[in-house]
Design a protein around this ligand. Structure first.
Ligand SMILES: OC[C@H]1O[C@@](CO)(OC[C@@]2(OC[C@@]3(O[C@H]4O[C@H](CO)[C@@H](O)[C@H](O)[C@H]4O)O[C@H](CO)[C@@H](O)[C@@H]3O)O[C@H](CO)[C@@H](O)[C@@H]2O)[C@@H](O)[C@@H]1O
Length: 619
């Protein structure tokens, strides 16, 4: 342990604090010592070295990644050891993380909790990690909020959700795994409501408040949702599970938030889907990009039912009548007897959780983005698991699907804009996008296509888009496409991740736009899952340009097609890259030319991640 003087937050949205003495973990002191040695060994005049040292010791440290917040200064050792840690995607200082839990805004502070094993970089005994933010971009890591203490959660504190109760009291419902590994539902609330960071949480002494119903296996009943209150004043939640392998969102009701009764019918179910994990149920207003409080139900509103199974988050949109507890999936969308229809994201994106942010009238979505390297790699790295960058979520004008888009606050991390307009990409073009830090960037690009009668003919009605993307990757020449970007690419293109589109015409004269993330050449390393991802984008390329936004951040790329209609999140572990070696290209491998009508790219700064042991030890 080392005592270092005052390194707190400089981001404009975080209130500057008075000088504080901070106790750093050994990791941090090592970081500072390394940086000091690095500066002292540089052939610089002593005066300049002194200036640098003052700057270093008076600047916030980043997310314990081994990177300083001072742009451009990277520790050589850390740089090589931890190339896959992110600059602006949330991750704990170390060890294992999975699901997002209980996100909420309380008294102007965003709270984010997450499934965390503080002892290892693999799944194990789980506690609730906790971090707070004023802007969803920069984060202060706190001590774990909820951890095993009672018989009702002694084996682990699993996923759950926040509800703000009348009187502005946050309540947390979560799954406890008890001493028999039985999954039960528990209740906790903050110890001190006047602590803006809500650091300490107390548990209801009568936990568990809900136990598995008859006919449901003890280990197939978990993940309570945020509660909503009906016109009758009764609270409702759904809890995930299954009965005879049929996935279900069990519905519970309560008048006091402590005593819960199961409603006879589940709110939703689907045959043969296995246990539903992390179900969510919330309203979305039609014809608006706003969100709604989870308890809103009247007016021009639809409801979304989301559940996690088979490694993906599925959702359906429908109409909910609290009186009679009837959720009716809308026409053309099947819920019962089949899988849910749509996916939030067609890549690595699981156990998502949303909350209503009333300060901006929006619904914000988070999800666990798992590693796709090996467990041995994770142990060596000392960490595993990322969170997607928070996304605003709303219903498309068509009412058929949801739209997701990174929250606007991300723009505070953008550096200078690099622009390109009206650039024709002829067949075989590979054009480097220069002037951005290709390993940490935000890139938007729009493609215009003409004379689509030349498009490849394919009946896409019965085709699995992921299979199509695997069979026809970036190197398989089509007519219109593949075209898109090559991200996290080495200069010689031996390593590259292609996010691209390909257009097909069906026999009936309709067009289908395929969006792919081709990971087959993302790394030359072995023991990495390089499965490609794909989905169709609901867009008519005759009348619309095809847009693509990529959030690139070292080992993660979040791709948004057609303004967020289709999303694919990928994990990538290139071998030969370090920060300076990454390149970014636009490409067209179709026989037909396409035009980049508009491209904007920004290098992204590091978000600030600060550890709060600081404030505690100084207090
Ligand atoms: O932390 C518990 C909470 O997390 C949830 C939802 O993510 O349950 C996860 C679960 O398994 C975690 C585990 O991996 C397995 O499940 C993943 C997601 O369903 C799969 O992608 C993976 O292939 C499965 O192996 O994560 C570890 C490594 O990835 C592995 O060791 C775990 O099994 O936790 C439960 C206990 O393992 C298991 O029943 C779940 O699937 C949520 O439901 C929990 O509240």
């Amino acid at each position: 342990m080392k005592i270092v003087r005052h390194l707190l937050f400089s981001q404009n949205s975080i209130k500057a604090t008075k000088r504080t003495t901070i106790v750093f973990t050994p990791h941090h002191s090592l970081l500072l010592d390394n940086l000091k040695t690095y500066i002292m060994n540089k052939p610089l005049p002593s005066f300049l070295k002194l200036c640098f040292l003052v700057l270093v010791y008076h600047t916030p440290i980043s997310n314990a990644t081994g990177r300083s917040l001072i742009d451009g200064i990277l520790l050589p050792t850390q740089k090589n050891e931890q190339p896959y840690r992110t600059g602006y995607h949330f991750q704990p200082p170390s060890k294992w993380m999975n699901d997002p839990n209980g996100p909420m805004l309380y008294e102007g502070v965003y709270h984010f909790f997450y499934q965390h094993n503080p002892d290892a970089a693999i799944f194990g005994t789980i506690v609730w990690g906790h971090a707070v933010s004023y802007d969803l971009v920069n984060w202060i890591h706190l001590d774990p909020a909820i951890y095993p203490t009672q018989e009702a959660d002694i084996s682990s504190c699993w996923s759950g959700s926040a509800t703000i109760l009348p009187g502005n009291i946050p309540a947390m419902l979560y799954t406890g795994s008890d001493s028999n590994s039985r999954q039960v539902q528990d209740l906790a609330w903050p110890k001190n409501l006047s602590d803006p960071f809500l650091r300490e949480w107390v548990k209801y002494a009568g936990n568990p408040i809900i136990t598995p119903p008859a006919g449901v296996k003890d280990d197939c009943f978990r993940d309570p949702s945020t509660a909503w209150v009906g016109p009758d004043g009764v609270w409702r939640i759904v809890v995930g599970g299954d009965s005879n392998n049929n996935g279900m969102a069990f519905l519970y009701q309560s008048t006091d938030f402590v005593n819960w009764t199961r409603y006879e019918q589940p709110l939703a179910s689907a045959d043969a889907t296995g246990t539903w994990e992390c179900p969510e149920f919330f309203p979305v207003p039609l014809n608006s990009t706003n969100g709604l409080d989870t308890s809103a139900y009247s007016g021009n509103v639809k409801h979304v039912m989301k559940a996690g199974f088979s490694g993906h988050d599925w959702y359906t949109i429908g109409t909910y009548t609290p009186d009679g507890e009837n959720f009716l999936p809308q026409n053309g969308l099947k819920l019962s007897g089949s899988t849910l229809d749509l996916r939030y994201d067609y890549g690595q994106f699981y156990a998502s959780k949303s909350f209503f942010d009333d300060s901006k009238n929006r619904r914000v979505l988070w999800a666990w983005v798992p590693e796709t390297d090996s467990q041995e790699d994770d142990i060596e790295k000392g960490w595993a698991g990322l969170q997607s960058f928070p996304r605003a979520l709303w219903i498309d004008g068509s009412g058929k699907q949801l739209i997701q888009w990174p929250v606007e606050e991300i723009e505070s991390l953008r550096g200078n804009e690099i622009k390109l307009q009206n650039k024709k990409l002829t067949s075989g073009s590979v054009v480097e996008i220069q002037g951005v830090t290709a390993s940490q960037a935000d890139v938007t690009i729009s493609f215009k296509l003409e004379d689509l009668k030349e498009a490849e003919v394919l009946d896409t009605s019965s085709v699995d888009p992921q299979v199509l993307c695997t069979e026809r990757g970036a190197s398989s020449k089509g007519a219109f496409g593949p075209f898109g970007v090559l991200a996290m690419a080495s200069k010689d293109l031996k390593e590259q991740t292609a996010i691209f589109f390909r257009v097909f015409q069906n026999q009936n004269g309709r067009y289908s736009v395929l969006m792919c993330s081709d990971l087959s050449r993302s790394t030359v390393r072995s023991n990495i899952d390089t499965t490609s991802f794909g989905t169709f984008v609901d867009i008519d390329p005759r009348y619309n340009e095809i847009s693509l936004r990529n959030l690139i951040d070292h080992s993660i790329i979040e791709s948004f097609g057609a303004g967020g209609k289709s999303c694919i999140t990928s994990r990538i572990y290139p071998e030969f890259l370090n920060y300076e070696d990454a390149h970014l290209f636009a490409f067209n491998n179709g026989t037909q030319s396409v035009k980049i009508s508009q491209m904007s790219a920004w290098s992204m700064k590091n978000a600030e991640f600060v550890i709060d042991q600081i404030v505690k030890s100084a207090a």
